[in-house]
Write a protein that binds this ligand. Structure first.
Ligand code: 87F
Length: 474
């Protein structure tokens, strides 16, 4: 492959250039003439389908049902719960016209669906017997971001699932918010092989409409943290605004206890950033659309031998669901480089000499080197190898994350740690004023709370809410 087909930027030195080159050259995305709106090409959409399959199955085990609500929301409905929209108002995109005629009320393109869903919840919920109501939808959303867009990580239109649930009591709702976060964590760790930090957001960083927000946070190799997904306990904030109320067992009127939770295509960007290398994508097998590619190597001088090589390659692909690359108008070297760029976990080569020796040459994307494996054992060997690559990628990233969290006890230390590309951990009071000071002095934000502590806040000396991690973030 010529230089301009491959990735020319080094991941270590020029992460964002490396990232954008990789996702375009690996044919994951295409830009459009609308800034922040990208095409998800088949390779990345297949990954999203794998995420959907994983999460959807888990949601269904909890009794969550899928539904679909419209993408247009009237202005009055969007503004019904004022506090949640406050900070977000500049990001709402509006439909103002149908053809040439102006609408009597403009319509928001959904940035999130609390309002349109809860207007319906209010009609459907009457009695404690109607609870819990557990709905999810797989949709797109539009947010008119003004920050620089980065494909998958921040865009004006993205794909997600949003779960919205109503419960008869606070305890059930709170339990569910945590269960969902744990499912999200398994999706990141088991499917995407990305380790995450799980915990509660600070007051400043939580969703304004929530009593509290839980999140997963991930770390990029360039030292920047990124919020991986969120699960919010909404308390009764929306149920009061939308009158989602029910008669409890004793006949008394009560407002429902609610959660909302979301997981987006950002997850793919996080996975790409965590695992890729200078040659391009490195895909964990479970998320890879093509897990194994077989490249037969043929020579026009010996057509009979070539035919045999191709037929063995084809047979292996048919039997195992592997991908056959028999494009003989490209050299083997070109094809190898292309599959490396696209992150295919395992590549098999078969040439005339291998055919004679009854072996296949195996290369794994996550490590250098090749090995010869007997054709008879290749199927089980590759199965084991895929498992090994999956767990190896996770472990490597996990060690990197674990060794990147550094305990600090002053703002100076925190600043030093986050500027060295690591995350700082400290007992902290969690107050909004303190968070503003931290941001001003160090450029870092709180990510989430890892657990309780009896230590004093490292900034104010007051009682700490818990141990928080901080980092520079996207
Ligand atoms: C942008 C414009 C308008 C985020 C917005 O996190 C409103 C909003 O409400 C907005 N950006 N949010 C918060 C979304 C909260 C919540 N919704 C369900 C989630 C997960 C899925």
């Amino acid at each position: 492959m010529s230089k301009d087909l491959g990735v020319t930027a080094e991941k270590q030195d020029a992460f964002s250039e490396w990232y954008t080159q990789t996702i375009v050259k690996a044919e994951l995305i295409e830009y459009t003439d609308v800034s922040g709106c990208i095409v998800y090409r088949p390779a990345s959409f297949a990954m999203w389908e794998a995420v959907q399959a994983f999460l959807d199955a888990e949601f269904k085990k909890l009794g969550v049902q899928n539904a679909y609500f419209p993408s247009l929301i009237t202005e009055s409905l969007l503004n019904k719960e004022a506090s949640h929209i406050e900070g977000f108002a500049p990001e709402v995109a509006w439909v103002t016209h149908g053809g040439k005629s102006e609408l009597s009320e403009r319509l928001a393109i959904r940035p999130t669906s609390e309002t349109v869903m809860y207007a319906a919840f209010s009609k459907w919920i009457r009695s404690h017997r109607d609870l819990p109501l557990l709905l999810n939808q797989w949709t797109n959303v539009v947010r008119w971001e003004f920050k620089h867009p980065t494909p998958f990580l921040r865009g004006r239109e993205f794909l997600w699932q949003e779960g919205h649930t109503a419960h008869a009591n606070k305890e059930d709702a709170e339990k569910e918010a945590q269960i969902i976060l744990d499912i999200y964590k398994r999706c990141y760790e088991e499917l995407l092989a990305v380790p995450v930090l799980s915990g509660r957001k600070s007051e400043k960083e939580k969703f304004a409409g929530a009593d509290y927000s839980l999140s997963l946070e991930a770390l990029f190799p360039n030292g920047k943290a990124i919020q991986a997904c969120t699960s919010h306990h909404l308390g009764q904030n929306f149920s009061r605004a939308f009158d989602i109320s029910f008669q409890d067992v004793s006949g008394k009127k009560e407002f429902a206890w609610q959660n909302s939770w979301g997981f987006t295509t950002r997850s793919l960007g996080v996975m790409i950033g965590v695992h890729g290398d200078d040659k391009g994508l490195v895909l964990p097998p479970r998320i890879a659309p093509i897990k194994v590619v077989v490249v037969p190597i043929t020579f026009s001088k010996k057509p009979e031998v070539s035919a045999e090589v191709v037929s063995l390659a084809k047979k292996l692909c048919d039997e195992n669901g592997w991908h056959l690359d028999d494009r003989d108008h490209h050299s083997p070297g070109y094809r190898f480089a292309e599959w490396e760029l696209k992150g295919v976990p395992v590549r098999l080569e078969i040439g005339p000499r291998d055919l004679e020796k009854k072996v296949v040459v195996v290369s794994r994307r996550d490590q250098d080197g090749k090995e010869e494996i007997a054709v008879d054992n290749i199927s089980s060997h590759v199965e084991t190898l895929l498992e090994e690559i999956q767990s190896g990628l996770f472990l490597r990233a996990k060690q990197k994350l674990d060794s990147s969290v550094v305990d600090v006890s002053s703002l100076d230390q925190l600043k030093e740690v986050v500027f060295s590309g690591k995350l700082a951990r400290a007992p902290w009071c969690g107050s909004e004023e303190s968070e503003e000071e931290i941001k001003k002095v160090t450029g870092a934000k709180s990510l989430n709370m890892q657990g309780p502590t009896s230590d004093k806040c490292f900034v104010t000396g007051q009682k700490a809410q818990g141990v928080f991690v901080f980092g520079r973030s996207y």
